[in-house]
Write a protein that binds this ligand. Sequence first.
Ligand code: DX5
Ligand code: ZN
Length: 221
Amino acid sequence: MSKFLIAPSILSADFARLGEDVEAVLKAGADVVHFDVMDNHYVPNLTIGPMVCKALRSYGITAPIDVHLMVKPVDTMISQFAKAGASIITFHPEASEHIDRSLQLIKELGCKAGLVLNPATPLSCLEFVMDKLDVILLMSVNPGFGGQSFIPQTLDKLKQVRKLIDDSGFDIRLQVDGGVKVDNIKEIAEAGADMFVAGSAIFNQADYKLVIDEMRSELAE
Ligand code: DX5
Ligand code: ZN
């Protein structure tokens, strides 16, 4: 797997023709499909559920689907998304009564597991579960909406988590989500991220390949 992964958030895709749009962004060079699940309870917005994930698989999407759960509680959705074809499932620690159990559930169901930290969430919840994490996702906006601005304090937080991961010796992806654009992706990578979620930056442009190529050339410099 390549060093840097680009994961377009389908929150900004065209829901009326989602299969085609996902196919197009993968053809344009995306590595992973970032699938935002919102429940109007944990976050103040409502999106799509496991049936849509299953429909993308039936449509023929074979790329990894990275399900970002912004729902509370999480465990029923974990089971349903694993059955629906999710590859990676991440959730917010505040949304689970038993974080370790939810992580184990994801792994038992054959998916990669991750925790998502909101901008103000401290790093302490990572301490005793590092061995169960395949991904740590740092939110660089408050979750719930696409198109917000990157919160600059995330850069420091990324550096701290990069050190935690390197010191742990585990193979854990460091993902960042919110306000990622061509003009800040390099700085975000330098702070330690290696998996980049971008919604509006990609889907609000007519030429997805152009944006993804620009992102990759920023990462290559
Ligand atoms: C926000 C979502 C993000 C969002 C990112 O809660 O988790 O994945 O779609 O959108 P942009 O890239 O537009 O900030
Ligand atoms: Zn997301």
